[in-house]
Design a protein around this ligand. Sequence first.
Ligand SMILES: *Cc1c(COP(=O)(O)O)cnc(C)c1O
Length: 376
Amino acid sequence: MTEKIQRFLVDERPETPCLVVDLDVVKSNFLQLKEQLSEAEIFYAVKANPAEPILSLLRDHESNFDAASIFEIEQCLALGVAPEKISFGHTIKKQSHIKRAFDAGIRLFAFDSIQELEKLSISAPGASVFCRILTPNDGADWPLSDKFGCVQALAVDLLCQASDMGLVPAGVSFHVGSQQRNPSVWGDALAKSAEIFAATAKRGVTLSLLNLGGGFPSQYKPPMCELSEHIKAIKDGLRQYFGDSLPRIIAEPGRYIPGDAGIIQSEVVLISQKSLNAEKRWVYLDIGKFGGLPEVLDEAIKYRICTPHDGEETGPVVIAGPTCDEVDVIYEESDYELPLNLAIGDRVEILSAGAYTASYSSVGFNGFPPLKEYYI
Ligand SMILES: *Cc1c(COP(=O)(O)O)cnc(C)c1O
């Protein structure tokens, strides 16, 4: 937690639960990634945190934007982002939304099937399209390896067909999985991409774009490798599989940009036991899966938690959310411990909570309002 956030929490004592994001950290994360991965143009994956202060800050630093929906596209356009700086990076789009995006000037679209390519040929004639491929996501805390992408051979066929359909076959994209812990996945994805470049070239189609997707990590538990290890793996893979003739490269970091920049402050609503001699206490917070922590689904993302009693003796706990839904449990299997002196009414902080939280919070399940957000 940064000093700026600490000061804000003391001075303002905001109602909990709330997300507080330090925009200085967002900015330095963006600049650091841009500098370290200088081969790539950065397209921020808006879905990670679409708050206006973040989008405006990134716009002012010349970022490009990867949008998952027409609504994110229109949000970026309304903030003055030029359409050339926005890609429609989702492989599943309504025909009417493709048309709206094309009419607004968007010229770069993702696809992973002939059916989507047909939609694009009708509503986005002449646009550049890139094909998402399936690559292994081993080592990702939040994999994205099933729902999106197609196998290499199909990608080659589709890219070759795209020009006959009046589209520009730009290239290939992949996603190594979100919160990726294993830098070695990049090599495999880059090798597969290079094979597609070679196979289409043999059929007379020259590709020019390689989209590395996202996957750059934030700091949850257990400790994470450094960004520089991912960067090195990417650079090594590019050299090995593309040599000196690099295509246009873009990257779509989401989580990495705002993740470590934000914390959620929450209040302990209840601490109780299910039997007189129960080993584990149940600690109920005023935020849970529905309030902005959906990524604790299956305990996939393990947030670090700070309390006012850190350093004191701890004991095992189940941590749960405040709603009356049985699934609203945060951590039961992950061996979390919290201080024995933790008390009802204490405020605790959930660290590295700047990405994939506020935009996920329910509009009013159980009557709880959406997560409050502060960008400072
Ligand atoms: C979600 C997503 C991203 C961002 O992924 P992170 O793991 O948050 O970096 C990038 N590209 C696409 C297509 C995505 O769906």
